[in-house]
Ligand binder design. Sequence first.
Ligand code: AQP
Length: 363
Amino acid sequence: MHRSLLGKIVKRHFSMTAELLSKQSSKSAEHHKRRIFSGIQPTGHLHAGNYFGAIRKWKELQDQGEDIILSVVDLHAITMKHEPKELLKNNLACTASLLASGICPEKSVLFLQSSVSRHSELCWVLCCMTTMARLGHLPQFKEKSALCGKEIPLGIFLYPVLQTADILLYKATHVPVGEDQLPHIYLVQELAKNFNSRYGKTFPRIEAMVEKSQSGRLRSLRNPEKKMSKSDPDPKSRINLLDEPKVILEKCKKAITDFTSKVTYDPENRRGVATLIDLVSLCTGKTPQQVCSENADVDTAKFKLRVADVLIEYLTPIRQEYDRIVKDPGYVQKVLDNGACRAHSIADKTWAEVRNKVGLNLA
Ligand code: AQP
């Protein structure tokens, strides 16, 4: 082959390889930079909605080696009236439930929000950058304030700003949320952008990781128009992660369905039955259609007993692991202390940068 042609081919080969390598390395750098933040409120017993809608996903991300920060957001839990002793108990129970569900303190940063005071400090800076009109339009504020009559706590109003501080403090790039949380993520994006343009580039672009499957919004077993919720006054409305088998059976039997006895999947028109099918599907990995065809031989009353069996089989190991973990509250406290230490080291850096940029630092 002609020497100069050979030279050209070799040169081209090397430049293509270099291009490929540089693309790969920038891809892996991008991957490395990705940081996930999420939180859970210690407002009561964790339920199947919290587990399938959030915790199971967090565990998957953690096991894929993602940089993930998880917070038990107790400052959010006091936005509504609460019992201090209950809250302390819930903080530990919530942490132990996360550990029992497979959250690993070596792989994920797991900490109590109130133990890192930078959340509240950054929240104040961000409060000064938003308006009452902007917060008043958020759908969750409208829903929650409607429950409070005339005495609307300011915390409910400011909650999304604290949520913004939670995320920005760690310079998170990705936030796993249910669809209902999207308006809050838009606020986070907006405040990050405003901060960057006012004070210089500080925060990265934030993306919502929205769960669009049936796990994104599990419905109440007693009122399928509402989502399953910790604070629902009816305990039969939810399956708790720590429910004993007989309690699960009782709750399944009492689940609201309708007057059609066949097991068919119609999430729009048969929401109660669809929720039971969703639960089986989420526990077994089968599609809702598979669940229906495997249960074509029974009516909804008998199907409820099968749902209970599946849930009991799925949740029992989590409950047993929880029982083992809570025998050692010192261990849970140690996990939180270590988590707080790791969270602090990131949060302090961001806060120092924010103070400097905003002009709060005299040093
Ligand atoms: N029903 C649900 N279906 C799917 N996902 C759900 N999540 C909550 N309920 C469902 C997800 O769980 C994570 C933690 O939620 P949270 O405790 O921070 O707040 P929440 O969404 O307000 O949960 P609850 O149970 O309804 O609490 P209360 O009653 O205190 O308000 C979130 O990722 C959420 O999407």
